[in-house]
Ligand binder design. Structure first.
Ligand code: NAD
Length: 380
């Protein structure tokens, strides 16, 4: 099939590579020109910024950002802009599939009205987990639903060409809602364990040991790890898409709001425990944070709670530097070698980091990262 993928980020390139690998003729559209240059060198399919490249496509996949605005409400401006650009170049009917995460109704009430009646429409939310070596595009089951039967059949054909398991659901709204619910499930459970970590601390109980003990129950329990909060483009963002539609429809999303609050409060909580370790204040103390991306072995710093922790510590007067050879540069600052400081924080544990300078310098270190293991006991 002739396939065009709008947006060449984490999701768009993953789909592009998968579709190209099974013989589809793929073109990727990316409007960030700087990014385009490096993509041209690394991808085996055609990429460009000109929407004219899309005009003869049979299948168009939308994979653009769906962030939150300043008020933390859904920002669909990227989807809307992509659809308007597509509208100006499409003269023949195509299948338009949305993979971008958004609330139920986005395909039917936002995308289809912009592009018009001529096309077929389906939803197939992406579930990619960056840096996950076990679950990728091919073996992660894919939910698919079209607005009508013809769209569904065509979308199933397309996804079955590179996904082992494709599951048809009854409407695009179910597919869209399932994606939001999956990530809300994680967000709420992470908040729950983050709250538990605070309870365990005042009770003088080990959170990790308690979770290991609870995990011996063979049914009805699933462990989540405490951390300084949630980051990336999904877990801190997607639940707010669900609470937005819930509240617009008159239902208060109490769990989602509370989970947001607990997770967003973790950098403050950890900063106050750090102050406790440093004699009651962090003011004037040299603190170094290892790992500033939201997740081990990825360079994505979007919504990273490590950055929030750095912000809180600096506001309280600490002299904070950071080390992250995966991210390298952020906000005009660069990664600094690990060094002798008053306290080291492992916020995100990238593989292969040599913590020798901290170990040899006798630095007090707290590990607030989720697995993999760093050799230091978990602090939360
Ligand atoms: N990253 C993940 O792990 C993940 C997982 C599942 C779902 N998603 C969802 O997939 C969608 C895309 O996420 P991502 O992580 O790939 O984002 P991303 O920011 O990495 O990539 C999106 C790309 O789209 C480009 N773009 C924006 N507007 C465009 C336009 N009008 N025309 C062409 N290109 C345009 C951006 O420049 C960017 O390179 C989001 O809805 C996200 O929630 C992401």
């Amino acid at each position: 099939m002739r396939v065009a993928i709008i947006g060449q980020g984490y999701v768009g390139t993953a789909i592009g590579v998968a579709a190209h690998s099974v013989g589809h003729q793929v073109v990727g559209i990316e409007n960030n020109l700087e990014k385009l240059d490096s993509l041209r060198n690394s991808l085996e399919y055609r990429v460009g910024s000109d929407y004219g490249l899309v005009s003869d496509a049979e299948v168009i996949v939308i994979a653009v950002p769906t962030p939150l605005d300043q008020e933390r409400r859904p920002d669909l401006s990227f989807i809307e802009a992509a659809c308007k650009s597509l509208k100006s170049v499409l003269s023949e009917p195509v299948l338009v599939v949305n993979e971008s995460t958004s609330f139920p109704g986005t395909l039917r009430n936002v995308i289809a009205p912009i592009l018009g009646d001529m096309h077929l429409y389906a939803s197939a939310p992406e579930r990619v987990d960056p840096a996950n070596e076990k679950w990728g595009i091919a073996n992660t089951p894919r939910l698919v639903a079209g607005i009508d039967d013809i769209a569904t059949a065509k979308a199933l054909d397309f996804y079955r060409s590179f996904c082992k398991e494709v599951i048809e659901v009854s409407s695009p709204e179910v597919a869209e809602a399932a994606k939001l619910f999956e990530n809300t499930f994680r967000q709420v459970n992470i908040a729950l364990v983050n709250e538990f970590a605070q309870i365990a601390d005042v009770l003088g109980i080990s959170t990790v040991e308690t979770l290991q003990a609870a995990s011996t129950k063979p049914y009805g329990f699933m462990p989540f790890m405490p951390s300084i909060g949630v980051g990336g483009h999904c877990i801190p963002v997607d639940p707010s898409y669900l609470s937005y539609v819930a509240e617009k429809s008159g239902v208060e999303a109490a769990f989602i709001n509370l989970a947001n609050q607990v997770n967003a409060g973790m950098p403050d909580y950890v900063a106050s425990r750090i102050a406790g370790l440093l004699g009651g204040t962090v003011e004037g103390k040299k603190i170094q944070v290892a790992g500033i991306s939201y997740k081990a072995d990825v360079s994505d710093t979007r919504e990273s709670p490590a950055l929030a922790l750095i912000g809180v510590l600096r506001k309280k007067g600490a002299l904070v530097s950071w080390h992250d050879e995966v991210v390298k540069e952020h906000g005009g600052e660069t990664s600094k070698p690990l060094a002798g400081v008053d306290l080291g924080v492992i916020a995100t544990a990238h593989s292969g980091v040599n913590y020798g300078p901290w170990k040899n310098g006798g630095v007090m270190v707290i590990d607030v990262s989720t697995p993999p293991n760093t050799g230091w006991p978990k602090f939360l």
